[in-house]
Design a protein around this ligand. Structure first.
Ligand code: SIN
Length: 415
């Protein structure tokens, strides 16, 4: 344990990956500092709508979730990673329920919705605000935990990296330099272990579904510290972001298509069947490319997504957030279609990590969207992102608890 301004563990980022790792580590008796660049409620996880994929339905099995993930990933996934994640998905849901997360139920059982690329209904959700439901439960515990220090409006600007004693050529991370964004002050925080959970880089695109506009800061910190990164060109574009002045990029959840939403040209023609036999339920990359092709061919600013045939009652129950948000910009989705276009959504690549978030630098870990684990390949399967954050939140905890404390950092150690 460090004696100076520090904790056992510094977690940089407070989305689902960072929060779940911090809680598990603090529950195991470690002193944890959690850093958030914004207010805690502004993480990308908090904005997630669709849900969390887990093979828990009576007609489902992890092997089917595995096959769907590999197919969506364009054969670029690492199969052993995918297998490990999908097998741990049901336990991740149980852990969230234990933390107090409330999901939609039908006849007492968890209600499962469907999204593109999934061959079964397997998406656990809380209407169309699943991320908010998950993060409310985790943040409630995070705020109350005596072992956790929360620093909101703080950004890591550099990692403290020094030679690893007794390991020629190796380097170890011993903390970070952080900027207090409200007061403009730099602080040095020492820690035995540093976990990067800063999200991805979709905010570098003109239109992103991610309102916190992540710019890949954690990925850049790790790269500068000497870590490998991979597949950063694999930026996922979500097919259906709202295209409307003042609400550009607002995500219209994939579950709208999962529950029968139809993609239309302005004259009412459905077009997805011309691109894929699964129609609107093809994986995200296929649907985004099809929309892009149609927009280019017909010189359109957007295509239309129509769910009005599902009925006002169904829409109010399943998509209250989407209904409210569209109404605020003058679109009543119970009666008319939604103008949509693809927008940057998710960074499939990231910092190269091992089975428990370890990077190339000792004591430095990366989890969630910051990391490359091999789960997503070229295109992430819908609702595998919160899942990945939860599974690696647990895995990194086990790795850190099994590792030896490194002792106090040397004064002046820097990246
Ligand atoms: C969505 O609800 O469409 C987004 C969920 C995800 O990115 O997996």
């Amino acid at each position: 344990m460090n004696q100076r301004d520090g904790s056992d563990i510094l977690v940089i980022g407070a989305g689902v990956a960072g929060a779940s790792a911090a809680l598990r580590l603090a529950d195991a008796g470690r002193r944890v500092t959690v850093l958030a660049r914004t207010a805690l409620e502004d993480s990308a996880s908090n904005q997630a709508m669709g849900g969390i994929a887990a093979a828990i339905g009576p007609d489902d099995a992890p092997a089917l979730h595995l096959a769907d993930t590999l197919a969506a990933g364009g054969e670029l996934c690492r199969e052993s990673t995918v297998r490990g994640v999908v097998e741990r998905a049901p336990d991740a849901i149980e852990w969230l329920l234990d933390q107090g997360a409330a999901f939609d139920r039908r006849d007492g059982a968890l209600d499962l919705t469907r999204e593109g690329g999934h061959s079964r209904r397997r998406v656990v959700h809380a209407a169309d605000t699943t991320g908010r439901a998950v993060m409310q439960a985790l943040l409630r515990r995070l705020r109350a935990h005596p072992g956790i220090t929360l620093l909101e409006q703080h950004a890591a600007v550099d990692l403290l990296v020094e030679p690893e004693p007794g390991a020629p050529g190796a380097r170890a991370c011993r903390g970070a330099q952080v900027l207090d964004l409200e007061r403009g002050l730099l602080r040095t925080l020492h820690a035995d272990h540093v976990v990067l959970a800063t999200g991805g880089a979709s905010g570098i695109y003109a239109i992103s579904t991610n309102r916190s506009r992540p710019v890949g800061d954690g990925i850049a910190l790790a790269w500068r510290a000497g870590c490998r990164v991979a597949d950063l060109e694999m930026m996922q574009f979500h097919p259906t972001a709202l295209r409307h002045p003042g609400a550009e990029g607002w995500l219209v959840t994939e579950a709208v298509r999962g529950e029968g939403g139809r993609l239309l040209l302005p004259d009412g023609e459905r077009f997805m069947h011309r691109y894929d036999a699964r129609g609107e339920l093809a994986p995200r990359d296929v649907v985004a490319r099809a929309i892009h092709t149609e927009m280019a061919a017909h010189k359109l600013e957007y295509v239309l997504l129509d769910i009005s045939h599902a009925g006002a009652g169904f829409i109010r129950t399943h998509f209250p957030n989407t209904l409210e948000h569209c109404l605020a910009v003058g679109i009543d989705i119970t009666r008319e279609p939604i103008p949509v276009a693809p927008a940057a959504h998710y960074t499939c690549g990231g910092v190269v990590t091992g089975g428990a978030g370890q990077t190339d630098v000792a004591g430095l870990y990366a989890i969630g969207e910051t990391a490359w684990t091999g789960l997503h390949g070229a295109n992430r399967l819908a609702s595998n992102s919160l899942l990945e954050g939860l599974v690696y939140g647990e895995a990194v905890t086990a790795a850190i608890l099994a590792d030896v404390p490194r002792g106090p950092a040397r004064p002046g150690a820097g990246g």
